[in-house]
Design a protein around this ligand. Sequence first.
Ligand code: PAF
Length: 296
Amino acid sequence: MQQIVHDPDRMRALVVEARAAGRRVGFVPTMGALHAGHVSLVTRAARDCDDVAVSIFVNPTQFGPQEDFARYPRTLAADTAQLAPHGVKWIYAPEVSAVYLPGDATRIVVGGPAVRFEGERRPGHFDGVATVVCKLFQAVPADAAYFGAKDWQQTLVVRRMVYDLGLPIEIVVCPTVREADGLAMSSRNAYLSAADRPRAAAISESLRQAEQLWAAGAAAAAIEETMRKTMEAHGIVVDYAALADPESLEPLTADASRAVALVAGRLGSTRLIDNRELRGRGTSEPRSTPDQGLAR
Ligand code: PAF
């Protein structure tokens, strides 16, 4: 039986009590509008842990002034129903005023992997993510937290913050879940019009091409050009289509054997991101993995 908890202190007490009783607690932070990608994180957490907490909180500080905070789907009843068969013990759904207290004036500022790509296009976004994730970890002091590789840069930012602040929580990154045509599952896919939905598959197709070209030894610039052209041919307005170091997100060195291909683009008013880790340089055997470094 899952319990909905709104109060951060109550939430913390429940997790502390469970851990004191020797139970391993897993935590899946979300903004709700749950889909199969979230369910896969919950399933993994339930496999690894005795108790699972899922947070549902649309975090205002990670949205820019022109972004979709107001229209972001808020579907708590449907989310609760969707989680019911998956062994979730607690759904933590705080009010904004319980997370950001009156007079709130404190942010975590992240550098390093937060600087490029989404960090450039969405100023302040990762400071908002890091701040809320840190606050969520205070309320849900779990053994491990589960994030999707779909938000590759976010996973690096969270790992960096956890490492730098010495937060006592393990970060587990799980594979991206995709629709049948390859589109990465995202709550924002619901915004796509019927005409744009099939075009969105060009995003993952561009990444598949990147993987093949990387394995064949193609130059990074040529791979980036191919990704961009594939997306543009399907009407996607490309924000970026780039290869980078998979851990630092710095530009690749000439002899790099691993990379991550990162893409962001718009279809109508919907902005989508996706990525693929590239290994097996020059082996003609492309291989992807969601695992990332920065172990403590
Ligand atoms: O990935 C998300 O859903 C959000 O960025 C997160 C990690 C829940 C923080 O609000």
